[in-house]
Design a binder for this molecule. Structure first.
Ligand code: TMP
Length: 206
């Protein structure tokens, strides 16, 4: 495909949105057409799924949760991501299938391989060209979250051991696919992080 597909991953509160905004601004300034989007919730249908999966009160069975994220992803990729890549644009996306492997596979203990296969089926095998993993230990990300929120969604409200499993699953994914992942220490200065991401993206854009 002609475009470039970049995803940002990491725990809650690590600074993905800040980095996405900085990268979008610098790519737009350099003349690229950027589609900035997110999962869950990058489409109208996805917004409905997002409010169900994050804000519905009461229990959601872990397999149902995994299927809701996969449904959001299938619709988003078919209607937004693939068309933009086919037009040759840069898709800059907050979270993708690695989040499902980390949160549902490791956090909910459904198993990494099955959850990955479910997502790959949903998106007909589409993988990002680059995945930026912003890594932060769960105590630091929790304190960042606590300083910016008064209410937590269903995933943010999970206990520390859930978030520790999520973090280690992301690091395992990055170690298994070193060419796709750029792992950065999210406690670094935000301008340094932006520079490191920008350098890698410029390499990919040639
Ligand atoms: P965010 O968009 O504010 O980061 O919130 C999305 C939440 O959903 C976050 O806690 C991570 C979680 N999530 C999953 O559990 N599985 C997924 O596949 C995705 C995309 C997100």
């Amino acid at each position: 495909m002609a475009g470039l597909f970049i995803t940002l991953e990491g725990g809650d509160g690590v600074g993905k949105s800040t980095q996405a905004a900085l990268l979008e601004a610098s790519l737009t300034e350099a003349g690229h057409t950027v589609v900035r989007t997110r999962e869950p919730g990058g489409t109208d249908l996805g917004s409905e799924i997002r409010s169900m999966v994050l804000h519905r009160r009461g229990h959601i069975a872990p397999r149902a949760e995994a299927l809701l994220y996969a449904a959001d992803r299938a619709h988003h990729v078919e209607t937004v991501v693939r068309p933009a890549l086919e037009r040759g644009e840069v898709v800059l996306q907050d979270r993708y299938l690695d989040s499902s492997v980390a949160y549902q596979g490791a956090g909910r203990v459904l198993g990494a391989d099955e959850v990955r296969d479910l997502s790959l089926w949903a998106v007909e095998g589409l993988l990002p060209d680059l995945t930026v993993l912003l890594d932060l230990d769960e105590t630091a990300s929790r304190s960042r979250l606590d300083s910016s929120r008064t209410e937590y969604d269903r995933l943010e409200a999970e206990a520390a051991d859930f978030h520790a499993r999520v973090r280690h699953a992301f690091l395992d994914l990055a170690a298994a696919e070193p060419d796709r992942f750029l792992v950065l220490d999210a406690s670094r200065d935000r301008a340094d992080i932006a520079r490191a991401i920008g350098d890698r993206v410029r390499e990919l854009l040639g």
